[in-house]
Design a protein around this ligand. Structure first.
Ligand SMILES: NC(=O)C1=CN([C@@H]2O[C@H](COP(=O)(O)OP(=O)(O)OC[C@H]3O[C@@H](n4cnc5c(N)ncnc54)[C@H](O)[C@@H]3O)[C@@H](O)[C@H]2O)[C@@H](O)CC1
Ligand SMILES: [K+]
Length: 500
């Protein structure tokens, strides 16, 4: 499923209208009808519905929605919140159709607040992707009034006041319980600051000529994508067919991270996993993971040091989980960056003092898996910049250093060195705990060794990790008590849902 910017969406509309010959009014009719159909999931026959209509084409959709609901016998009050002369083009055409169908609308805004207080459902068709900057009047007052009502709030395409794209503006917007998105989700549905305004969102198809539309290089990775792209275990496979991986990390006082990564990698189908960690950590890790083999690392004060061991012969390497930030570990990391020919994933403490020039110089794939704080440090920007512009900053960074970047968050954005992006929205707040990242690294390593496309491997890994947390918090756990180890032990159920 493509994710679009406002500009890309306008280009899709242009192709539909100018090249495919579908008129704007026709598109608006289809959009309004499809949105109504979707919204009916949230509307009962006895509900009093208020439809709020703005000046642009989002308002035009509102006239179609109001007419469709009235034709079906729903109780609807239609409010055009701007003066008549502001409504033009296709929206004006649909206002005329609304009126010639025998329906009337109100514009006396003094009477709007009591209506909002009385109604059961508010449909927001005031502003869509055309919003620019902070809300002006009367929109900001109406949004404020609507946001405090007990009524269910439903938004058309996007909640009024939420920009479609990345933005630094303060957000003052309609707080939707549910949003029916037209044709494709906009970037803001995945951004930390704007995503909550959407509520639960769904996408409707409106008759755009899909095969003629310019492709975007930004997509949501869905369950169907995972079903298609997840590695299948052939009946005649052996342990060597599924990847021989090594996880390098852990320190005397942090042995747990590497243990969790290794166990997650094994639970996710790796053929063989070697744990490379400081000698002093091996006795505490080994009893928990009997399926792994071990490689001792030189240590200084409990932290790994010395040269990189021989890592030839491995199909995938993950570095950094629990390794600590001791300056003496740097030589080991430099050796790993230089020597490892297999795909190399670097996480956690491995990202702390990462020599980026050496990363750029690598001829083999490198995967970095930062959370926003780690990414801000790597990219030398502020955390608030990362939160506001994760798509563009990820793309810029991945291209500049030639890396696969997994920027973790409520929406995880995976970017390839040539700028293609996949977004995973699975998971929940139960994962906001120490150890989650270590488990994810293990799952990703396993996927990297079993899937030809690294992008698909990373997106599958993020999805498996997130959807495991989702099912565990429905069946067995709460978001409060869920631990990283529970996620590892929940992976089998996730894999079983994909029958692999
Ligand atoms: N043919 C098309 O272009 C289609 C468009 N569709 C709908 O049209 C929408 C886009 O239409 P538009 O481009 O007309 O944009 P909008 O409907 O989002 O509104 C643009 C209007 O909002 C005003 N405005 C912008 N920023 C404002 C602010 N901060 N405060 C107050 N007013 C502000 C502008 O002056 C302009 O009148 C989509 O979101 C979608 O709902 C759908 O009907 C499908 C077809
Ligand atoms: K809207």
């Amino acid at each position: 499923m493509d994710i679009v910017t406002a500009q890309e969406m306008y280009e899709w509309d242009r192709v539909a209208i100018e090249e495919a010959g579908i008129t704007g009014a026709m598109l608006m009719e289809s959009a309004g009808r499809a949105v109504t159909e979707d919204m009916l999931r949230h509307i009962k026959g006895s509900d009093q519905v208020v439809v709020l209509i703005g000046a642009g084409n989002n308002g035009g959709d509102g006239f179609v929605i109001a007419r469709t609901l009235l034709n079906r016998g729903y109780n609807v009050e239609t409010w055009q919140v701007v003066s008549d002369d502001k409504v033009r083009g296709d929206a004006k055409t649909h206002r005329a159709l609304f009126q010639s169908s025998g329906y009337t609308y109100r514009t006396d805004l003094d009477g709007l607040e009591p209506s909002l207080e009385r109604c059961d459902v508010i449909i927001d068709a005031m502003l869509g992707i055309g919003v620019k900057g902070n809300l002006r009047e009367p929109f900001s007052t109406i949004v404020r009034q609507a946001n405090v009502q007990r009524a269910r709030r439903l938004a058309v395409d996007l909640p009024t006041g939420v920009p479609a794209d990345e933005s630094d503006d303060d957000i003052d917007a309609f707080r939707a319980d549910a949003t029916t998105v037209i044709a494709a989700p906009k970037m803001s549905a995945f951004l930390e600051r704007t995503r909550p305004f959407y509520g639960e969102w769904s996408v409707v198809e409106i008759g755009l000529p899909v095969n003629e539309l310019p492709k975007t290089d930004r997509k949501v990775w869905t369950r169907e994508d995972v079903k298609r792209a997840l590695p299948i275990r052939e009946a005649n496979s052996h342990k060597g067919s599924h990847g021989k991986g090594v996880v390098i990390g852990g320190s005397k006082h942090m042995p747990g991270s590497i243990a969790m990564s290794a166990r997650a990698a094994l639970r996710s189908g790796s053929g063989l996993i070697t744990i490379a960690t400081v000698d002093s950590a091996i006795p505490s890790v080994a009893p928990f993971i009997q399926e792994a083999t071990y490689m001792g690392l030189e240590e200084n004060d409990g932290f790994a040091t010395g040269q990189a061991p021989d890592l030839s012969g491995f199909d995938g390497v993950a570095f950094g989980m629990g390794i600590g930030r001791d300056p003496d570990t740097r030589g080991l990391l430099e050796g790993v960056l230089e020597k490892v020919e297999a795909p190399l994933l670097i996480d956690a403490d491995g990202l702390y003092e990462l020599p980026l020039d050496q990363v750029r110089a690598r001829r083999n794939p490198t995967v970095l898996t930062p959370h926003p704080g780690e990414f801000a440090r790597l990219a030398e920007v502020s955390i608030s910049d990362v939160i506001a512009h994760p798509f563009s900053l990820s793309r810029q960074f991945a291209k500049e250093y030639g890396v696969y970047l997994v920027l973790k968050g409520p929406s995880t954005i995976i970017t390839s060195p040539d700028g293609e992006q996949l977004v995973d929205t699975s998971g929940n707040a139960g994962l906001a705990k120490g150890g989650s990242g270590d488990v994810l690294s293990g799952v990703l390593l396993a996927m990297m060794m079993q899937t030809d496309s690294l992008m698909e491997a990373l997106a599958n890994g993020c999805f498996l990790h997130g959807s495991t947390a989702e099912h565990l918090t429905v069946e067995k756990h709460s978001m409060t008590d869920l631990l990283a180890n529970d996620v590892i032990e929940g992976l089998p159920v996730t894999f079983r849902t994909f029958s692999c």
